[in-house]
Design a protein around this ligand. Structure first.
Ligand code: DOR
Ligand code: ZN
Length: 345
């Protein structure tokens, strides 16, 4: 048995509309709070849109559950410093997400020229509103497996030098290069790590046939990078914390000649992390990673409730409903070792 302070998910896609009844229930089953990504169509780019989205999420929270959505704005070249101030003044908005235009799902409205948002970054730095980064270059000449490394060298490092006070989360890191970079930075720079990048590598995606349900961005890398991520997550270093990047897509758009990027893990996210930490003899480091370091970085109180997990096997369902469609969850039809038994307030 394992008891932890209730965890938070610092990077999550809930989508919208009918999808919310599935996605919100799964995350709220275990997590107290989650940072909700703004890459809807159209993107959540203004305070008004973020507050309306918050209300739609809230309406989908199961009765009696106190799950809290931590909203983000989508960084567009139209965002103004005034809107950044308005966002900061809201206790519901906690960060701004930077997608390089074209890097991933619904990133078309993202930033092409970083200089065009410098005024907003300056304001975010002043008011202490974190910048969450999808760290991949989009240049088609750069190999997909190198896009995170090149982003760090050409965009992120200069950005940290220009804005040393800006709080930055490099989201869903996938490489040893990212681990090393984040470790070297000041306490203003941190990173989230997903369960899928801890559990899988590119062989899972490609070595036994093309497996579209393992396709995500940044793409799974070779196993030496996976090992570096496991070491970072289980090290107790507070710069690395839990962010699932759980990203539901309808099965028809995943099992497709041009499949979408995204792995859905919200149905058993904490259980997946527990499995990784146990396998690497680090269950005693799970609470810091899952429940403390993210809250500390965002300067939010740590959760008081406790969750209890036990070693009890269960089988992941073959699929879940996603609005009118269906999603295939991570480890569908497979056995998982841990089970969240209860949450005590
Ligand atoms: O795999 C991914 N899916 N990576 C992202 O950056 C976006 C996400 C999504 O929204 O589906
Ligand atoms: Zn994401």
């Amino acid at each position: 048995m394992l008891t932890l302070s209730q965890p938070d998910d610092w990077h999550l896609h809930l989508r919208d509309g009918d999808a919310l009844s599935t996605t919100v229930a799964h995350t709220a089953r275990v997590f107290a709070r989650a940072v909700v990504m703004p890459n809807l169509k159209p993107p959540v780019a203004t305070v008004e849109q973020a507050l309306a989205y918050y209300d739609r999420i809230n309406a989908a929270i199961p009765l009696g559950n106190n799950f809290q959505a931590l909203m983000t704005l989508y960084l567009t070249e139209q965002l103004t410093p005034e809107e950044v101030h308005r966002a900061k003044a809201q206790d519901r908005i906690h960060a701004i997400k930077y997608y390089p235009a074209g890097a991933t799902t619904n990133s078309e409205s993202g930033v092409s020229e970083l200089e065009s948002v410098y005024a907003c970054l300056e304001t975010m730095s002043e008011v202490e509103l974190p910048l969450l980064i999808h760290g991949e270059v989009t240049d088609p000449r750069i190999d997909i497996f190198d896009r995170e490394k090149v982003f760090i060298e050409t965009i992120l490092e200069p950005l940290t030098l220009k804005f040393p006070e800006l709080k930055i989360v490099l989201e869903h890191i996938t490489t040893k290069d990212a681990v090393d970079f984040v470790k070297q930075q000041s306490e203003n720079v941190a990173a989230t790590i997903t369960p899928h990048h801890l559990m899988f590598n590119r062989n899972d995606l490609l070595a036994a046939g093309v497996r579209p349900h393992f396709y995500c961005l940044p793409i799974l890398k070779r196993n030496t990078h996976q090992i570096a991520l496991i070491e970072a997550a289980t090290s107790g270093n507070p710069k690395f914390f839990l962010g699932t990047d759980s990203a539901p897509h309808d099965v028809k758009t995943k099992e497709n000649s041009c499949g979408c990027a995204g792995i859905y893990s919200a149905h058993a996210a904490l259980e997946f992390y527990a499995e990784v930490f146990e396998k690497h003899g680090a269950l005693n480091k799970l609470e810091g990673f899952a429940s403390f370091f993210g809250a500390d970085f965002y300067r939010l109180p740590r959760n008081k409730a406790r969750v209890t997990l036990s070693k009890r096997t269960s089988t992941v369902p073959a699929n879940f409903k996603l609005g009118d469609g269906t999603l295939i969850p991570m480890r569908a039809n497979e056995t998982i070792a841990w089970h969240v038994d209860e949450i005590t307030q």
